[in-house]
Design a protein around this ligand. Sequence first.
Ligand SMILES: Nc1ncnc2c1ncn2[C@@H]1O[C@H](COP(=O)(O)OP(=O)(O)OP(=O)(O)O)[C@@H](O)[C@H]1O
Ligand SMILES: [Mg+2]
Length: 495
Amino acid sequence: MHFEKNDLSRKLMRAFPALRSLKVYIFCLMLVIGIVPSIIMRLGILENYEERAVSLRASEVTTQYKIIANHLLNYNYLQDTTSEVINAELEQMSNLYDGRVLIINGNFRIVKDTYAMSEGKTMISEEVIKCFKGESTTRHDRNNGYIEMTIPIVEQVEAGIQEDARVLGVILASVSTDSIVTTMSILNRKALILSVVMGIVILGIVLFFSHILIKPFNRVTQAISEVKDGYTDKAVSVPDYVETEHIVDAFNQLLGRMRVINDSRQEFVANVSHELKTPMTSIKVLADSLNQQPDVPVELYREFMQDITEEIERENNIINDLLALVKMDKTEAELSVSAVDINNLLETTMKRLRPIARKRDVEVVFESMRPVTAEVDEVKMSQIFTNLVENAIKYNKEHGWVKVVLDADHQFFTVDISDSGIGIKEEDCDHIFERFYRVDKSHSREIGGTGLGLAITRSAVLLHRGSIKVSSVEGEGTCFTVKIPLSYIKSGGNS
Ligand SMILES: Nc1ncnc2c1ncn2[C@@H]1O[C@H](COP(=O)(O)OP(=O)(O)OP(=O)(O)O)[C@@H](O)[C@H]1O
Ligand SMILES: [Mg+2]
Protein backbone atom coordinates (compact mmCIF):
# COMPACT_ATOMS: atom_id res chain seq x y z
CA MET A 1 0.00 0.00 0.00
CA HIS A 2 1.37 3.37 -0.92
CA PHE A 3 0.10 6.58 0.65
CA GLU A 4 0.19 9.67 -1.57
CA LYS A 5 1.80 12.70 0.00
CA ASN A 6 0.62 16.15 -0.95
CA ASP A 7 2.66 18.22 -3.38
CA LEU A 8 4.16 20.65 -0.89
CA SER A 9 5.41 18.04 1.54
CA ARG A 10 6.81 15.99 -1.36
CA LYS A 11 8.70 19.02 -2.69
CA LEU A 12 9.97 19.89 0.79
CA MET A 13 11.18 16.37 1.35
CA ARG A 14 12.93 16.34 -2.01
CA ALA A 15 14.65 19.67 -1.19
CA PHE A 16 15.57 18.60 2.36
CA PRO A 17 16.01 14.84 2.49
CA ALA A 18 16.71 15.14 6.24
CA LEU A 19 13.00 15.97 6.73
CA ARG A 20 12.23 12.31 6.07
CA SER A 21 14.14 11.30 9.17
CA LEU A 22 12.18 10.60 12.36
CA LYS A 23 15.30 11.57 14.31
CA VAL A 24 15.26 15.05 12.75
CA TYR A 25 11.54 15.42 13.54
CA ILE A 26 12.04 14.51 17.19
CA PHE A 27 15.09 16.78 17.37
CA CYS A 28 13.26 19.82 15.93
CA LEU A 29 10.16 19.23 18.05
CA MET A 30 12.09 18.99 21.30
CA LEU A 31 14.22 22.00 20.38
CA VAL A 32 11.12 24.13 19.74
CA ILE A 33 9.48 22.93 22.96
CA GLY A 34 12.65 23.71 24.92
CA ILE A 35 13.76 27.04 23.46
CA VAL A 36 10.60 28.94 22.48
CA PRO A 37 9.22 29.27 26.05
CA SER A 38 12.56 30.65 27.28
CA ILE A 39 12.55 33.33 24.54
CA ILE A 40 8.94 34.29 25.32
CA MET A 41 9.70 34.44 29.04
CA ARG A 42 12.77 36.61 28.50
CA LEU A 43 10.91 39.14 26.34
CA GLY A 44 7.89 39.20 28.68
CA ILE A 45 9.92 39.74 31.86
CA LEU A 46 12.06 42.55 30.36
CA GLU A 47 9.06 44.39 28.94
CA ASN A 48 7.27 44.16 32.27
CA TYR A 49 10.33 45.41 34.15
CA GLU A 50 10.55 48.58 32.03
CA GLU A 51 6.88 49.44 32.58
CA ARG A 52 7.13 48.97 36.33
CA ALA A 53 10.38 50.92 36.68
CA VAL A 54 8.97 53.91 34.74
CA SER A 55 5.73 54.04 36.74
CA LEU A 56 7.63 53.73 40.04
CA ARG A 57 10.02 56.53 39.09
CA ALA A 58 7.13 58.77 37.96
CA SER A 59 5.12 58.29 41.16
CA GLU A 60 8.23 58.84 43.33
CA VAL A 61 9.09 62.11 41.55
CA THR A 62 5.46 63.32 41.54
CA THR A 63 5.24 62.81 45.35
CA GLN A 64 8.42 64.79 45.86
CA TYR A 65 7.21 67.70 43.70
CA LYS A 66 3.86 67.74 45.48
CA ILE A 67 5.78 68.54 48.68
CA ILE A 68 7.83 71.16 46.85
CA ALA A 69 4.57 72.66 45.45
CA ASN A 70 3.49 73.36 49.05
CA HIS A 71 6.85 74.93 49.81
CA LEU A 72 6.45 77.17 46.72
CA LEU A 73 3.15 78.45 48.09
CA ASN A 74 4.60 79.06 51.51
CA TYR A 75 7.46 81.06 50.05
CA ASN A 76 5.16 82.81 47.57
CA TYR A 77 7.59 81.67 44.89
CA LEU A 78 5.29 82.36 41.95
CA GLN A 79 5.57 86.09 42.66
CA ASP A 80 9.13 86.15 43.90
CA THR A 81 11.65 83.56 42.69
CA THR A 82 14.55 84.76 44.77
CA SER A 83 14.04 82.28 47.61
CA GLU A 84 17.32 80.53 47.93
CA VAL A 85 15.82 77.67 49.87
CA ILE A 86 13.42 76.86 47.04
CA ASN A 87 16.00 77.43 44.32
CA ALA A 88 18.38 75.05 46.09
CA GLU A 89 15.59 72.52 46.49
CA LEU A 90 14.70 72.69 42.78
CA GLU A 91 18.38 72.50 41.78
CA GLN A 92 18.84 69.47 43.99
CA MET A 93 15.81 67.72 42.49
CA SER A 94 16.87 68.33 38.91
CA ASN A 95 20.38 67.08 39.69
CA LEU A 96 19.12 64.08 41.57
CA TYR A 97 16.90 62.91 38.74
CA ASP A 98 19.06 64.23 35.94
CA GLY A 99 16.24 66.39 34.62
CA ARG A 100 14.78 69.84 34.24
CA VAL A 101 12.14 71.73 36.21
CA LEU A 102 9.96 74.60 34.98
CA ILE A 103 7.69 76.57 37.30
CA ILE A 104 4.78 78.15 35.42
CA ASN A 105 2.55 80.77 36.99
CA GLY A 106 -1.14 81.47 36.45
CA ASN A 107 -0.37 83.50 33.30
CA PHE A 108 1.36 80.53 31.69
CA ARG A 109 4.67 82.32 32.15
CA ILE A 110 7.75 80.40 33.07
CA VAL A 111 9.05 81.92 36.28
CA LYS A 112 11.81 79.38 36.89
CA ASP A 113 13.80 77.06 34.62
CA THR A 114 16.58 75.01 36.22
CA TYR A 115 18.37 75.16 32.86
CA ALA A 116 17.83 78.99 32.91
CA MET A 117 16.95 78.93 29.22
CA SER A 118 13.24 79.66 29.04
CA GLU A 119 12.56 81.99 31.98
CA GLY A 120 10.05 84.71 31.06
CA LYS A 121 8.67 82.72 28.12
CA THR A 122 5.11 81.52 27.87
CA MET A 123 4.33 77.81 28.01
CA ILE A 124 0.95 76.63 26.80
CA SER A 125 0.80 72.89 26.15
CA GLU A 126 -1.95 70.33 26.41
CA GLU A 127 -0.47 68.85 29.58
CA VAL A 128 -0.07 72.26 31.23
CA ILE A 129 -3.67 73.24 30.45
CA LYS A 130 -4.86 69.89 31.85
CA CYS A 131 -2.82 70.48 34.95
CA PHE A 132 -4.32 73.93 35.52
CA LYS A 133 -7.62 72.10 35.71
CA GLY A 134 -6.17 70.20 38.66
CA GLU A 135 -5.06 67.00 36.94
CA SER A 136 -1.45 65.71 37.17
CA THR A 137 -0.10 64.14 33.98
CA THR A 138 2.70 61.72 33.20
CA ARG A 139 4.18 60.99 29.76
CA HIS A 140 6.96 58.55 28.96
CA ASP A 141 9.04 59.38 25.86
CA ARG A 142 10.89 56.14 25.24
CA ASN A 143 12.73 57.39 22.14
CA ASN A 144 14.34 60.36 23.87
CA GLY A 145 14.67 58.59 27.21
CA TYR A 146 12.76 60.78 29.67
CA ILE A 147 9.52 60.99 31.67
CA GLU A 148 7.64 64.30 31.70
CA MET A 149 5.24 65.15 34.53
CA THR A 150 3.03 68.08 35.46
CA ILE A 151 2.14 68.74 39.10
CA PRO A 152 -0.40 71.48 40.03
CA ILE A 153 0.50 74.10 42.64
CA VAL A 154 -2.75 74.11 44.57
CA GLU A 155 -3.92 76.61 47.16
CA GLN A 156 -6.69 75.53 49.53
CA VAL A 157 -9.29 78.34 49.88
CA GLU A 158 -11.97 78.46 52.58
CA ALA A 159 -15.43 78.99 51.00
CA GLY A 160 -17.99 78.97 53.77
CA ILE A 161 -17.99 75.57 55.44
CA GLN A 162 -16.46 73.89 52.36
CA GLU A 163 -12.84 74.03 51.25
CA ASP A 164 -12.08 74.83 47.64
CA ALA A 165 -8.85 74.23 45.68
CA ARG A 166 -7.33 76.78 43.32
CA VAL A 167 -4.49 75.97 40.90
CA LEU A 168 -2.07 78.88 41.00
CA GLY A 169 0.67 77.39 38.90
CA VAL A 170 2.17 74.24 37.43
CA ILE A 171 5.44 72.41 37.97
CA LEU A 172 6.61 70.87 34.68
CA ALA A 173 9.35 68.36 35.49
CA SER A 174 11.22 65.96 33.31
CA VAL A 175 13.44 63.15 34.58
CA SER A 176 15.84 61.03 32.60
CA THR A 177 15.23 57.26 32.23
CA ASP A 178 18.89 56.58 31.48
CA SER A 179 19.40 54.56 34.64
CA ILE A 180 16.36 52.41 33.79
CA VAL A 181 17.65 51.88 30.24
CA THR A 182 21.10 50.96 31.59
CA THR A 183 19.59 48.44 34.03
CA MET A 184 17.47 47.07 31.18
CA SER A 185 20.46 46.55 28.92
CA ILE A 186 22.40 44.81 31.72
CA LEU A 187 19.39 42.57 32.39
CA ASN A 188 18.99 41.94 28.68
CA ARG A 189 22.61 40.91 28.32
CA LYS A 190 22.38 38.60 31.31
CA ALA A 191 19.15 37.06 30.01
CA LEU A 192 20.75 36.55 26.61
CA ILE A 193 23.74 34.80 28.14
CA LEU A 194 21.34 32.67 30.19
CA SER A 195 19.31 31.85 27.04
CA VAL A 196 22.42 30.82 25.14
CA VAL A 197 23.57 28.61 28.03
CA MET A 198 20.06 27.15 28.30
CA GLY A 199 19.97 26.66 24.51
CA ILE A 200 23.25 24.72 24.62
CA VAL A 201 22.04 22.58 27.52
CA ILE A 202 18.69 21.93 25.78
CA LEU A 203 20.51 21.10 22.54
CA GLY A 204 22.62 18.56 24.39
CA ILE A 205 19.57 17.02 26.07
CA VAL A 206 17.67 16.96 22.76
CA LEU A 207 20.58 15.31 20.92
CA PHE A 208 20.87 12.73 23.66
CA PHE A 209 17.13 11.94 23.76
CA SER A 210 16.56 11.93 20.02
CA HIS A 211 19.38 9.39 19.82
CA ILE A 212 17.90 7.29 22.64
CA LEU A 213 14.32 7.50 21.27
CA ILE A 214 15.33 6.41 17.80
CA LYS A 215 17.52 3.53 18.99
CA PRO A 216 14.78 0.82 19.02
CA PHE A 217 14.02 1.59 15.35
CA ASN A 218 17.69 1.08 14.51
CA ARG A 219 17.51 -2.21 16.39
CA VAL A 220 14.51 -3.24 14.23
CA THR A 221 16.50 -2.47 11.06
CA GLN A 222 19.50 -4.38 12.39
CA ALA A 223 17.43 -7.41 13.40
CA ILE A 224 15.67 -7.50 10.02
CA SER A 225 19.02 -7.13 8.23
CA GLU A 226 20.38 -10.12 10.12
CA VAL A 227 17.47 -12.22 8.88
CA LYS A 228 17.88 -10.81 5.37
CA ASP A 229 21.61 -11.58 5.33
CA GLY A 230 20.89 -15.12 6.43
CA TYR A 231 22.67 -15.05 9.82
CA THR A 232 19.51 -16.15 11.56
CA ASP A 233 15.94 -17.12 10.69
CA LYS A 234 14.55 -16.77 14.21
CA ALA A 235 11.58 -14.48 14.84
CA VAL A 236 12.69 -10.87 15.47
CA SER A 237 11.87 -9.28 18.84
CA VAL A 238 12.16 -5.55 19.68
CA PRO A 239 9.55 -4.95 22.40
CA ASP A 240 10.77 -1.43 23.35
CA TYR A 241 7.75 0.42 21.93
CA VAL A 242 4.26 -0.66 20.88
CA GLU A 243 5.16 0.69 17.41
CA THR A 244 8.34 -1.37 17.09
CA GLU A 245 6.41 -4.39 18.33
CA HIS A 246 3.83 -3.87 15.56
CA ILE A 247 6.51 -3.56 12.86
CA VAL A 248 8.31 -6.62 14.16
CA ASP A 249 5.06 -8.64 14.43
CA ALA A 250 4.22 -7.81 10.82
CA PHE A 251 7.74 -8.81 9.77
CA ASN A 252 7.55 -12.09 11.72
CA GLN A 253 4.23 -12.90 10.05
CA LEU A 254 5.78 -12.21 6.66
CA LEU A 255 8.72 -14.42 7.63
CA GLY A 256 6.29 -17.17 8.64
CA ARG A 257 4.45 -16.92 5.35
CA MET A 258 7.69 -17.06 3.40
CA ARG A 259 8.72 -20.15 5.38
CA VAL A 260 5.42 -21.85 4.52
CA ILE A 261 5.86 -20.94 0.84
CA ASN A 262 9.42 -22.23 0.91
CA ASP A 263 8.38 -25.46 2.63
CA SER A 264 5.55 -26.07 0.16
CA ARG A 265 7.91 -25.33 -2.73
CA GLN A 266 10.39 -27.91 -1.42
CA GLU A 267 7.59 -30.40 -0.86
CA PHE A 268 6.29 -29.74 -4.37
CA VAL A 269 9.70 -30.34 -5.94
CA ALA A 270 10.09 -33.54 -3.91
CA ASN A 271 6.62 -34.72 -4.98
CA VAL A 272 7.23 -33.90 -8.63
CA SER A 273 10.53 -35.80 -8.62
CA HIS A 274 8.91 -38.75 -6.94
CA GLU A 275 5.91 -38.81 -9.27
CA LEU A 276 8.09 -38.55 -12.37
CA LYS A 277 10.44 -41.23 -11.10
CA THR A 278 7.75 -43.84 -10.42
CA PRO A 279 6.75 -44.54 -14.07
CA MET A 280 10.46 -44.41 -15.02
CA THR A 281 11.30 -47.07 -12.44
CA SER A 282 8.48 -49.28 -13.72
CA ILE A 283 9.65 -48.84 -17.33
CA LYS A 284 13.21 -49.69 -16.31
CA VAL A 285 12.11 -52.83 -14.42
CA LEU A 286 9.98 -53.98 -17.37
CA ALA A 287 12.73 -53.29 -19.92
CA ASP A 288 15.41 -54.94 -17.75
CA SER A 289 13.37 -58.10 -17.28
CA LEU A 290 12.85 -58.30 -21.06
CA ASN A 291 16.59 -57.81 -21.66
CA GLN A 292 17.65 -60.39 -19.11
CA GLN A 293 15.59 -63.22 -20.70
CA PRO A 294 17.22 -64.55 -23.87
CA ASP A 295 14.14 -65.98 -25.59
CA VAL A 296 11.16 -63.94 -24.57
CA PRO A 297 7.88 -65.30 -25.84
CA VAL A 298 6.15 -62.84 -28.13
CA GLU A 299 3.05 -62.74 -25.87
CA LEU A 300 5.10 -61.74 -22.84
CA TYR A 301 7.02 -59.25 -24.94
CA ARG A 302 3.75 -57.69 -26.10
CA GLU A 303 2.35 -57.61 -22.57
CA PHE A 304 5.46 -55.88 -21.21
CA MET A 305 5.53 -53.42 -24.07
CA GLN A 306 1.86 -52.65 -23.34
CA ASP A 307 2.76 -51.96 -19.70
CA ILE A 308 5.67 -49.77 -20.79
CA THR A 309 3.33 -47.79 -23.08
CA GLU A 310 0.91 -47.29 -20.17
CA GLU A 311 3.69 -46.02 -17.92
CA ILE A 312 4.84 -43.61 -20.66
CA GLU A 313 1.23 -42.46 -20.97
CA ARG A 314 1.10 -41.91 -17.21
CA GLU A 315 4.35 -39.94 -17.27
CA ASN A 316 2.98 -37.86 -20.11
CA ASN A 317 -0.22 -37.12 -18.16
CA ILE A 318 1.74 -35.98 -15.12
CA ILE A 319 3.90 -33.67 -17.23
CA ASN A 320 0.81 -32.20 -18.92
CA ASP A 321 -0.88 -31.62 -15.56
CA LEU A 322 2.25 -29.94 -14.19
CA LEU A 323 2.45 -27.69 -17.23
CA ALA A 324 -1.23 -26.77 -16.82
CA LEU A 325 -0.61 -25.88 -13.16
CA VAL A 326 2.46 -23.77 -13.92
CA LYS A 327 0.51 -21.94 -16.61
CA MET A 328 -2.36 -21.28 -14.19
CA ASP A 329 0.08 -19.95 -11.58
CA LYS A 330 1.21 -17.25 -13.97
CA THR A 331 -1.37 -14.59 -14.73
CA GLU A 332 -4.91 -14.31 -15.86
CA ALA A 333 -3.58 -12.86 -19.12
CA GLU A 334 -3.69 -16.50 -20.18
CA LEU A 335 -7.49 -16.50 -19.91
CA SER A 336 -9.34 -16.21 -23.20
CA VAL A 337 -12.77 -15.15 -22.09
CA SER A 338 -15.89 -15.44 -24.27
CA ALA A 339 -19.62 -15.92 -23.78
CA VAL A 340 -20.03 -19.66 -23.23
CA ASP A 341 -23.22 -21.72 -23.10
CA ILE A 342 -22.63 -23.52 -19.79
CA ASN A 343 -25.50 -26.04 -20.30
CA ASN A 344 -23.95 -27.10 -23.56
CA LEU A 345 -20.42 -27.26 -22.09
CA LEU A 346 -21.57 -29.48 -19.21
CA GLU A 347 -23.46 -31.80 -21.55
CA THR A 348 -20.44 -32.22 -23.86
CA THR A 349 -18.15 -32.86 -20.89
CA MET A 350 -20.44 -35.50 -19.50
CA LYS A 351 -20.88 -37.14 -22.88
CA ARG A 352 -17.10 -37.56 -23.08
CA LEU A 353 -16.95 -39.11 -19.61
CA ARG A 354 -19.97 -41.43 -19.96
CA PRO A 355 -17.93 -44.38 -21.41
CA ILE A 356 -15.75 -44.42 -18.24
CA ALA A 357 -18.87 -44.21 -16.10
CA ARG A 358 -20.47 -47.04 -18.04
CA LYS A 359 -17.38 -49.20 -17.45
CA ARG A 360 -17.86 -48.76 -13.69
CA ASP A 361 -21.63 -48.97 -13.99
CA VAL A 362 -22.09 -45.46 -12.63
CA GLU A 363 -25.12 -43.48 -13.73
CA VAL A 364 -24.43 -39.84 -14.65
CA VAL A 365 -27.37 -37.39 -14.50
CA PHE A 366 -27.49 -33.75 -15.54
CA GLU A 367 -30.13 -31.36 -14.23
CA SER A 368 -30.34 -27.76 -15.38
CA MET A 369 -32.56 -25.21 -13.62
CA ARG A 370 -32.20 -22.62 -16.38
CA PRO A 371 -30.15 -21.90 -19.48
CA VAL A 372 -26.91 -20.20 -18.47
CA THR A 373 -24.48 -18.22 -20.57
CA ALA A 374 -21.39 -16.82 -18.84
CA GLU A 375 -18.18 -14.98 -19.71
CA VAL A 376 -15.56 -17.65 -19.06
CA ASP A 377 -12.53 -19.36 -20.57
CA GLU A 378 -14.13 -22.34 -22.29
CA VAL A 379 -11.09 -24.64 -22.16
CA LYS A 380 -10.44 -24.00 -18.47
CA MET A 381 -14.09 -24.30 -17.57
CA SER A 382 -14.26 -27.63 -19.41
CA GLN A 383 -11.15 -28.75 -17.45
CA ILE A 384 -12.89 -27.83 -14.16
CA PHE A 385 -16.02 -29.84 -15.01
CA THR A 386 -14.01 -32.79 -16.41
CA ASN A 387 -11.83 -33.08 -13.29
CA LEU A 388 -14.78 -32.91 -10.91
CA VAL A 389 -17.05 -35.29 -12.82
CA GLU A 390 -14.13 -37.67 -13.47
CA ASN A 391 -13.37 -37.75 -9.73
CA ALA A 392 -17.04 -38.35 -8.93
CA ILE A 393 -16.99 -41.36 -11.28
CA LYS A 394 -13.54 -42.61 -10.21
CA TYR A 395 -14.15 -42.45 -6.46
CA ASN A 396 -17.62 -43.99 -6.71
CA LYS A 397 -19.04 -47.39 -5.84
CA GLU A 398 -20.31 -50.06 -8.19
CA HIS A 399 -23.81 -49.13 -9.49
CA GLY A 400 -23.43 -45.67 -8.04
CA TRP A 401 -24.60 -42.35 -9.43
CA VAL A 402 -23.25 -38.86 -10.20
CA LYS A 403 -25.58 -35.89 -10.31
CA VAL A 404 -24.67 -32.56 -11.87
CA VAL A 405 -27.00 -29.61 -11.15
CA LEU A 406 -26.65 -26.23 -12.85
CA ASP A 407 -28.35 -23.13 -11.43
CA ALA A 408 -27.83 -19.35 -11.60
CA ASP A 409 -28.93 -16.07 -10.06
CA HIS A 410 -28.37 -12.60 -11.50
CA GLN A 411 -24.67 -12.60 -10.50
CA PHE A 412 -23.33 -16.16 -10.35
CA PHE A 413 -23.91 -19.61 -11.75
CA THR A 414 -23.40 -22.65 -9.53
CA VAL A 415 -22.62 -26.23 -10.48
CA ASP A 416 -23.16 -28.96 -7.85
CA ILE A 417 -21.42 -32.25 -8.59
CA SER A 418 -22.58 -34.85 -6.08
CA ASP A 419 -21.90 -38.56 -6.03
CA SER A 420 -22.77 -41.70 -4.12
CA GLY A 421 -19.06 -42.56 -3.73
CA ILE A 422 -16.62 -43.44 -1.02
CA GLY A 423 -16.64 -39.94 0.50
CA ILE A 424 -13.77 -38.00 2.07
CA LYS A 425 -12.85 -37.77 5.77
CA GLU A 426 -13.31 -34.33 7.29
CA GLU A 427 -9.59 -33.88 8.02
CA ASP A 428 -8.76 -34.78 4.39
CA CYS A 429 -11.26 -32.23 3.02
CA ASP A 430 -8.85 -29.45 4.09
CA HIS A 431 -6.05 -30.92 1.98
CA ILE A 432 -7.55 -32.37 -1.20
CA PHE A 433 -6.90 -29.14 -3.14
CA GLU A 434 -3.16 -29.32 -2.40
CA ARG A 435 -0.87 -30.50 -5.17
CA PHE A 436 -0.22 -34.28 -5.12
CA TYR A 437 -2.55 -34.82 -2.17
CA ARG A 438 -4.40 -38.10 -2.38
CA VAL A 439 -6.55 -39.52 0.39
CA ASP A 440 -5.79 -43.16 -0.10
CA LYS A 441 -2.57 -43.40 -2.01
CA SER A 442 -2.75 -47.11 -2.87
CA HIS A 443 -6.37 -46.88 -3.97
CA SER A 444 -5.74 -43.75 -6.01
CA ARG A 445 -2.72 -45.39 -7.61
CA GLU A 446 -4.89 -48.28 -8.60
CA ILE A 447 -7.43 -45.85 -10.04
CA GLY A 448 -4.62 -43.92 -11.69
CA GLY A 449 -4.53 -40.47 -10.16
CA THR A 450 -1.61 -38.18 -9.44
CA GLY A 451 -3.33 -35.75 -7.05
CA LEU A 452 -3.04 -32.73 -9.34
CA GLY A 453 -6.62 -32.64 -10.68
CA LEU A 454 -8.22 -30.64 -7.83
CA ALA A 455 -5.21 -28.29 -7.55
CA ILE A 456 -5.64 -27.45 -11.24
CA THR A 457 -9.42 -27.13 -10.78
CA ARG A 458 -9.07 -24.74 -7.84
CA SER A 459 -6.54 -22.53 -9.69
CA ALA A 460 -8.85 -22.34 -12.71
CA VAL A 461 -11.83 -21.42 -10.49
CA LEU A 462 -9.84 -18.69 -8.74
CA LEU A 463 -8.70 -17.27 -12.09
CA HIS A 464 -12.41 -16.75 -12.81
CA ARG A 465 -12.82 -15.06 -9.38
CA GLY A 466 -15.07 -17.90 -8.31
CA SER A 467 -15.12 -20.27 -5.35
CA ILE A 468 -15.10 -24.03 -4.84
CA LYS A 469 -16.36 -25.86 -1.76
CA VAL A 470 -16.60 -29.49 -0.77
CA SER A 471 -18.89 -31.30 1.63
CA SER A 472 -18.65 -35.02 2.18
CA VAL A 473 -19.80 -37.88 4.38
CA GLU A 474 -17.38 -40.78 4.47
CA GLY A 475 -18.88 -43.88 2.90
CA GLU A 476 -21.95 -42.01 1.62
CA GLY A 477 -20.83 -39.50 -0.96
CA THR A 478 -19.31 -36.14 -1.78
CA CYS A 479 -20.61 -32.87 -3.19
CA PHE A 480 -18.42 -30.24 -4.84
CA THR A 481 -19.98 -26.79 -5.42
CA VAL A 482 -18.44 -24.40 -7.92
CA LYS A 483 -19.63 -20.78 -7.99
CA ILE A 484 -18.51 -18.53 -10.86
CA PRO A 485 -19.49 -14.91 -11.69
CA LEU A 486 -21.63 -14.64 -14.85
CA SER A 487 -19.64 -11.61 -16.00
CA TYR A 488 -15.89 -11.82 -16.02
CA ILE A 489 -14.35 -9.62 -13.30
CA LYS A 490 -11.09 -8.17 -14.45
CA SER A 491 -8.78 -7.81 -11.47
CA GLY A 492 -7.54 -4.28 -10.67
CA GLY A 493 -3.86 -3.78 -9.75
CA ASN A 494 -3.22 -5.08 -6.29
CA SER A 495 -1.78 -2.42 -4.05
N1 LIG B 1 -15.62 -37.19 -5.54
C1 LIG B 1 -14.69 -37.67 -4.73
N2 LIG B 1 -15.00 -38.64 -3.83
C2 LIG B 1 -14.07 -39.12 -3.00
N3 LIG B 1 -12.79 -38.73 -2.95
C3 LIG B 1 -12.43 -37.80 -3.86
C4 LIG B 1 -13.35 -37.20 -4.76
N4 LIG B 1 -12.69 -36.29 -5.50
C5 LIG B 1 -11.40 -36.28 -5.05
N5 LIG B 1 -11.24 -37.18 -4.07
C6 LIG B 1 -10.00 -37.44 -3.31
O1 LIG B 1 -9.16 -36.32 -3.44
C7 LIG B 1 -7.88 -36.69 -3.97
C8 LIG B 1 -7.35 -35.62 -4.87
O2 LIG B 1 -8.10 -35.51 -6.06
P1 LIG B 1 -7.42 -35.02 -7.39
O3 LIG B 1 -8.42 -34.94 -8.44
O4 LIG B 1 -6.64 -33.80 -7.05
O5 LIG B 1 -6.34 -36.14 -7.67
P2 LIG B 1 -6.53 -37.54 -8.32
O6 LIG B 1 -7.91 -37.71 -8.77
O7 LIG B 1 -6.00 -38.52 -7.34
O8 LIG B 1 -5.52 -37.44 -9.53
P3 LIG B 1 -5.70 -36.64 -10.90
O9 LIG B 1 -4.57 -35.67 -10.85
O10 LIG B 1 -5.57 -37.64 -11.97
O11 LIG B 1 -7.03 -35.98 -10.84
C9 LIG B 1 -8.16 -37.98 -4.69
O12 LIG B 1 -7.00 -38.78 -4.71
C10 LIG B 1 -9.23 -38.60 -3.83
O13 LIG B 1 -8.67 -39.31 -2.76
MG1 LIG C 1 -8.87 -36.27 -10.10
